[in-house]
Design a protein around this ligand. Sequence first.
Ligand SMILES: [Zn+2]
Ligand SMILES: [Zn+2]
Length: 422
Amino acid sequence: MNTISNPFPLLIAVQSNHYRGLIDVLGKEYYVDISLPSTSLSHNNNNNKISLDTIRFDCDREFKQLLSPFEKTLENRLVQCKNINQFLFELQDIIERLITNQKQQQTATLTNSNTESFLLPFNVFNTVISELEIIGWNRILKIDRNVSKFSILLLDEKKREFIAEFSINEKYPDIEPNVKCLLPKSTHTSNSQKESKSTTSNTTSTGNNGIVVAGGSKKMITIISTIEKLEAKIKEYQEFFDIVEEIDAKTWVLEPENPKRSDVTRRIALKDSCSLLIEINPKSPKTFPVNCQFLGPEQAIDPLRKLLNQRFKEWSFSKGLLENLEYLMNIKFPLKENTRLEEFSVECGVCYSHRLYSPETNTHSIPNVVCKNHRCQKQFHQSCLYEWLKALPNPHYSFNIVYGKCPYCTDPISVSTILPNK
Ligand SMILES: [Zn+2]
Ligand SMILES: [Zn+2]
């Protein structure tokens, strides 16, 4: 009896040609009973080889199912075996292949995505997997079956979350990965106009088919290097994120309704149906806002506008943005802690609601046109007023503006026909 040549520690030799016990596959044990009738070797005249019809291989149903893709291989190997121990080693080899297969399947089923994807060539697949391993699976939020599309979580020093959505070309890394990550985009400097074209910014701006020529050597743009670039950008914008976070936490932001990391504007509620829209330069967020627009009854906003214009030179870098604005306009922003949002919800004079949903932009807008008659001062959604004026007999158009009469006081009123696209 040769018990040394058994690769399965839980498989016991009952007799020299009979093994019974358990086989471990990926931490799960399966019952197996393998025997070869002692007479079969002498009866077999095919060079002492055993064959399928002489070996008895009993196992539980689950194990049989596991082995089923390798049935043919098992048969072929069996023919080559001279004794039962050889067969056990062949079985071990097949189980190892089975384990490798299962592990690959587990990696692939990390996905729950139904998005369309394509099969990456095997070497690309492997490159991507090994890069993702380095990045860390705990940072992969979503991955499709073929690893051609996945999302990676990025955290800044204050644990703010950012998501980078990757899609990988089949020629990766010769073709750089495509990445979308919502980062702030300033609209006022020509340098960043490329970034502002879409809500997503492709941060890899090599324009050189993914190959950066640096110091004479070609450097591939990989998933890892793209992540590093994004992290560097996020780091650059730390001051901006701090400032907008303060605004969002303390004041009533009327627009955007749910600010994204990429949003550089905030419409902050002021008293008396007024609000102030500011656009912050994400690259230098402590400076005077690149754009300030008041909305509300003219007699309420006019003094504030004048103060801001007269005193903008008193803007101080040592003060916070809100503090600066309060100081210059000599006001206090209504705070979340002691006011209610409803106090600042202005009703549209046409549709009677505060927020109006626009399916084209998938956003809710608030009334943003005000009647200039001091006794009226009704506010309207731009699209509501446009529809109203358009429906009147003989609407008067000039360039992109439609002129008509206020639905309330019949004073002249006008509205742009171009709706802001967000
Ligand atoms: Zn309306
Ligand atoms: Zn009016």
